[in-house]
Design a binder for this molecule. Structure first.
Ligand code: NAD
Ligand code: TYD
Length: 352
């Protein structure tokens, strides 16, 4: 892992990963961040690394074959960590096609560029050995498994059963990654993580949205009864898990990532109100999301026992630091909640 292509490094998890990996691994020679800078991408997330000589920003689209091939030719990557995606379930319900092209075709474009640059060929008997020093990591999600009832957890062998256009596009991309591994010997790993929280998350997602609204004394739009359960992991722990899989993951394997931290949405919202000293009367139950998954829970046995990863953050510490971060970084929040965000918010929550 010396010459890394990170896609979507200007988004929430990608920017945390770029900062994390450049700090943790001084032997990295070069890290190129390929990002289209959609509404979700923000170069301000990368201010801490912008003067790092190893860091290069490439503005472009993962679906642009010529551009992606050019980057491979120019920088000779040995590692790809693919975060770039349309990532918001609510937006996928409104605009599914964008999710399918970005998340599926974008993935295939990257795989093709890696395949050609790493000279992978089913008829080339050296292809698999040559592929030893390189790796493609697909950052996927627990949402590909669908929804759980009250009992049970997602393991890596749980059938794929996505319920939203977003999770369907991520599941399809996973299938393409698997096929490139089996057919062309592409050295891949797929990681499926639960819901992340932490700094630099776009304030359309639950935790930063509720924090922002509570701070401004605006109503907190809870979908349905608010009893939907998510399994929350601090983004730092996700980044550390990805590093572990890059370094120790067995080629071709899928690893679930989660911290055994299930919370109902209403519990998260109440916690935020409590910490900010705001009244529960700000909670407003609004119309539920269509096809809303009731519960997610990750069984992390494989990555913890086989690769030795474990989360470092307790939820208490993670939430405390996250709330402090959003309260301290008001300028960041003000910059991201302009333009597209305001239009989206007005459309989504006007009738709720
Ligand atoms: P995000 O929406 O914050 O960031 C996505 C980034 O991708 C943005 O910087 C955006 O500009 C970029 N991008 C979008 N389309 C692009 C394109 N066509 N070409 C190049 N760049 C493009 O997303 P996130 O929350 O950081 O999620 C990152 C990845 O992790 C996604 O693949 C997502 O499915 C996965 N994931 C997210 C979570 C979570 O809780 N947020 C949990 C598990 C997995
Ligand atoms: P979100 O952050 O969009 O992540 P995901 O849908 O990928 O899990 O939502 C997390 C949970 O919070 C989900 O159950 C939907 C719920 N939610 C609300 O109740 N109100 C909101 O305004 C938002 C954005 C989410």
């Amino acid at each position: 892992m010396k010459r890394i292509l990170v896609t979507g490094g200007a988004g929430f998890i990608g920017s945390n990963f770029v900062q994390y990996i450049l700090k943790e691994k001084q032997d990295i020679e070069l890290l190129v961040n390929l990002d289209l800078l959609t509404y979700a991408g923000n170069l301000e997330n990368l201010l801490p690394v912008q003067d790092d000589k190893r860091y290069v920003f490439a503005h472009g689209d993962i679906r642009d074959r010529a551009f992606v091939n050019e980057l491979f030719d120019k920088y000779d990557f040995d590692t790809v960590v693919h975060f770039a995606a349309e990532s918001h379930v609510d937006r996928s319900i409104v605009e599914p096609e964008l999710f399918l092209t970005t998340n599926i075709i974008g993935t295939q474009t990257l795989l093709d560029a890696a395949k050609s640059h790493w000279k992978l060929d089913p008829d080339n008997k050296y292809s698999r050995e040559y592929a030893e020093g390189v790796k493609y990591l697909q950052v996927s999600t627990d949402e590909v498994y669908g929804a759980l009832g009250k009992e049970g957890m997602f393991t890596e062998t749980t059938p794929i059963s996505p319920n939203s256009p977003y999770s369907a596009s991520k599941a399809s991309a996973d299938m393409v990654v698997r096929a490139y591994h089996v057919t062309y010997g592409m050295p891949v790993n797929i990681t499926r993580c639960s819901n992340n929280y932490g700094p630099y998350q776009f304030p359309e997602k639950l935790i930063p949205l509720m924090l922002h609204n509570a701070k401004e004394d605006k109503s907190l739009p809870v979908y349905g009864d608010g009893m939907q359960i998510r399994d929350w992991l601090h983004v730092h722990d996700h980044c550390a898990a990805i590093r572990t899989v890059l370094e120790k993951g067995v080629v071709g394997e899928v690893y679930n990532i989660g911290g055994n931290n299930e919370r109902a949405n209403i519990e998260i919202v109440s916690l935020i109100l409590d910490v900010l000293g705001k009244p529960t009367s700000l909670i407003k139950h609004v119309q539920d999301r269509p096809g809303h998954d009731r519960r997610y829970a990750i069984d992390n046995t494989k990555i913890t026992t086989q690769l030795g990863w474990a989360p470092e953050y307790t939820f208490k510490r993670g939430m405390q630091e996250t709330i402090e971060w959003y309260l301290e970084n008001t300028q960041w929040v003000e910059h991201v909640i302009s333009g597209d965000y305001l239009d989206y918010y007005a459309k989504m929550y006007s009738e709720g």
